[in-house]
Design a protein around this ligand. Structure first.
Ligand code: ZN
Length: 372
């Protein structure tokens, strides 16, 4: 065989043919193997989380296990969100029994509105000061003289010291969690514990054993418990000052029964200024103040109850906190609050980092209220 001979060209043709077949085949094999691995990994993630969700122990799932699960799953957080938020979302949700606010992202084919609609009732609040609701609130104007409220609930007074000296240290910021306790309360407590941070929970106690046990845990950890509401039904509680007081008293008594704590602090559902309390706002605030209760609104909104992704929450909290003094940060401890749990540690780490240097503390009577 020599160059140019027939035999030489035959060999060349055979070799080229083999290369044309073999090389793509090898590439295909490698690619397929990678895709298969990726698919396996995705399936594993879904299975893990489904297992977690469906577990009868979900409510008491060990927080550190949850944390390691989260870390494993979300080494590429955005990628994971994209995965479960697009075509896989409905399958993921039905497999895992998730409600609609979980893991929606900007890549999601589901709109935020849909997500919030699918969420439990307590998560549909916006607490942004303007509550979006198609139904007009039915507010009855109260013409009861102010003095008439005094005869109601003669025991319902805050026990606040007369000589409060406000701590105005500008380095303090305050994490607050509304609407709890929930199935995520323990996860939130875990992260607060891990960084030795105290926070504030404005709660919606329902009087059940489960709710009472979680309230007790919050109290035992030394966090501040404030009253939010018993029902969280804007139309009812803001129908009149009397209706508000009745709801408040119910929540107040339930917290006391569960923890032995008489709350002095509270947060109005929807904030102190909302579309539902227009007619009674002035009287209501006057009456609650007369009873010594101190309300806190917020000046940083994580937007977690609006279905924000963890990235959106992270950016919202850090950017807004930089713009205000003594940030009171609104977050939620509610059953749709999966993203809140996911982002909480990152937010804490960023706030206390050397770069920002904030000190995180709980609200007390000595913190000058942030009010709208
Ligand atoms: Zn609320």
């Amino acid at each position: 065989m020599y160059f140019g001979s027939v035999k030489f060209f035959k060999h060349v043709i055979v070799v080229v043919t083999i290369l044309l077949i073999a090389v793509p085949a090898v590439f295909c094999f490698i690619l397929n193997s990678k895709l298969s691995k990726s698919e396996d990994e995705n399936r594993r993630l879904r299975d893990d989380i489904s297992e977690y969700r469906l577990s009868e122990h979900a409510n008491t799932y060990e927080a550190d296990e949850f944390y390691s699960l989260y870390k494993d799953c979300l080494s590429d957080k955005e990628g994971f969100l994209r995965l479960v938020s697009s075509e896989d979302l409905s399958m993921y949700k039905s497999a895992a029994g998730l409600d609609g606010t979980v893991l929606t992202s900007s890549y999601s084919t589901k709109s935020t509105t849909e997500a919030v609609t699918a969420a439990p009732a307590t998560s549909s609040e916006t607490e942004s000061g303007t509550v979006n609701d198609d139904t007009e609130p039915e507010i009855t104007t109260t013409d009861v003289p102010h003095a008439a409220y005094e005869s109601l609930y003669p025991e319902l007074y805050a026990e606040v010291p007369d000589d409060i000296v406000y701590d105005l240290d500008m380095d303090y910021v305050y994490l607050t969690f509304d609407d709890g306790p929930s199935r995520y309360t323990e996860n939130i407590l875990y992260y607060l514990d891990a960084y030795d941070i105290k926070a504030t929970f404005f709660v919606v106690p329902d009087g059940t054993d489960e709710s009472n046990a979680r309230l007790k845990k919050i109290a035992d950890k030394g966090h501040t418990i404030g009253i939010h509401t018993a029902t969280h039904e804007y139309n009812k509680i803001y129908a009149s000052v009397e209706d508000y007081l009745e709801d408040f008293k119910t929540a107040y008594d339930r917290v006391y029964a569960a923890t032995g704590i008489k709350c002095n602090l509270f947060r109005f559902p929807g904030g102190s200024i909302n579309d539902y309390n227009t007619e009674i706002r002035e009287d209501l605030i006057a009456e609650m103040t007369r009873r010594g209760f101190i309300y806190f609104d917020w000046n940083v909104d994580s937007s977690d109850a609006l279905g924000a992704t963890w990235t959106e929450m992270y950016n919202a909290v850090l950017s807004q906190t930089a713009d205000v003094n003594r940030a009171v940060i609104l977050m939620h401890d509610y059953n749709g609050g999966y993203n809140t749990v996911l982002v909480l540690e990152d937010i804490i780490k960023a706030l206390i980092s050397d770069k920002r240097g904030y000190k995180l503390a709980k609200l007390t009577e000595s913190v000058k209220p942030i009010q709208f």
